[in-house]
Design a binder for this molecule. Structure first.
Ligand SMILES: [Zn+2]
Length: 229
């Protein structure tokens, strides 16, 4: 029995953290500074946005993970992608710009995804509150059934959050392979030698949300932060 439990926890940890570790490794592998590239990720994002006629979309620095913000109309990049000159910076910039293009064109899948993700925020907070309130409720009511029930509901809510990111994967794949990859190929921004690397980064970029949704399941620090309204 202990062996089965041990195996089960290893498999669970691999499922929860494997994708995140893979995404980070791919980005790190292609994150080496390349002075021969024509510009930084930030400059490249600006260039692609202008090419797409999206001059109103801003390019900003963030510490919060690369993303496109449809409310502020901003492509936000991490310092290593904003200021970095690397295959990873170029590919990530192209991926995030593609979300701005999806938004500008009003693509239905993007609009649906945006509505879903907005709901994920309160689902996430509710689940977090449930988990953090578990000991309090237990002390007050002292009913183990309630405790189990509460944790099950929290788990279900976390599962919904992960499911939302899984069902919106087509939007991510369209950004990476329907738009960013063709743009990189068309513009010949990278040499043929760098294209396989860019392709790997685009795949990792597409899985970023699913990977982090899985990994944050056990991140108590993040639960606490999520409660700050
Ligand atoms: Zn994306």
């Amino acid at each position: 029995m202990p062996i089965i439990l041990g195996l089960a926890s290893i498999i669970l940890l691999a499922i929860l953290f494997g994708p995140q570790i893979w995404v980070r490794r791919v980005l790190a592998r292609h994150g080496a500074e390349r002075p021969d590239l024509p510009g930084t990720g930030g400059e490249f994002a600006r260039h692609l946005l202008d090419e797409a006629g999206l001059r109103g979309v801003k390019v900003e620095l963030t510490g919060d993970g690369d993303h496109y913000d449809p409310v502020d109309c901003a492509v936000r990049l991490l310092p290593q992608h904003y200021d970095g000159r690397s295959v990873a910076a170029v590919a990530v910039a192209a991926h995030e710009v593609s979300h701005a293009v999806q938004h500008a064109r009003g693509e239905p899948a993007f609009v649906r995804r945006f509505a879903l993700v907005k709901n994920v925020m309160w689902i996430d907070r509710l689940a977090t509150a449930l988990v953090l309130l578990t000991p309090v409720v237990f002390l007050l009511v002292k009913a183990p059934v309630l405790l189990v029930l509460q944790l099950l509901v929290a788990l279900l809510l976390f599962a919904i959050r992960i499911a939302v990111h899984v069902v919106t994967l087509p939007v991510e794949f369209d950004a990476s392979f329907g738009k960013a990859l063709p743009a990189l190929t068309r513009g010949r921004y990278l040499s043929a030698r760098d294209m396989p690397g860019a392709r790997s980064v685009l795949k990792a970029a597409a899985f970023t949300y699913v990977a982090s949704a899985l990994a944050t399941l056990l991140d108590v620090g993040r639960w606490l932060r999520a409660l700050r309204f």
